[in-house]
Design a protein around this ligand. Structure first.
Ligand code: ZN
Length: 76
């Protein structure tokens, strides 16, 4: 859970750059939880605008590739 919308969006975008999700899977949006008053990620609903934008302009793919190289570098 995340204390602010901004943090939740950062986590959402980070998750999309770190893990491979098949089409229709993985978190796509954030929402304010009625129970705890914090933000959660969700795989349901309309895609988050910031995420959609970053997927469209290719920065998710770029970051994904950068993470892949970073992991490779750390392991070797
Ligand atoms: Zn909650």
């Amino acid at each position: 859970m995340y204390a602010s919308l901004h943090l939740a969006e950062e986590a959402l975008i980070a998750a999309r750059t770190r893990f491979h999700f098949s089409a229709g899977n993985g978190p796509v949006a954030v929402y304010l939880c009625d129970d705890c008053g914090q933000f959660h990620l969700t795989s349901k609903g309309k895609m988050n605008d910031r995420l959609a934008e970053q997927m469209k302009n290719g920065s998710i793919d770029l970051q994904k590739e950068a993470n892949w190289w970073m992991d490779k570098f750390k392991k070797s």
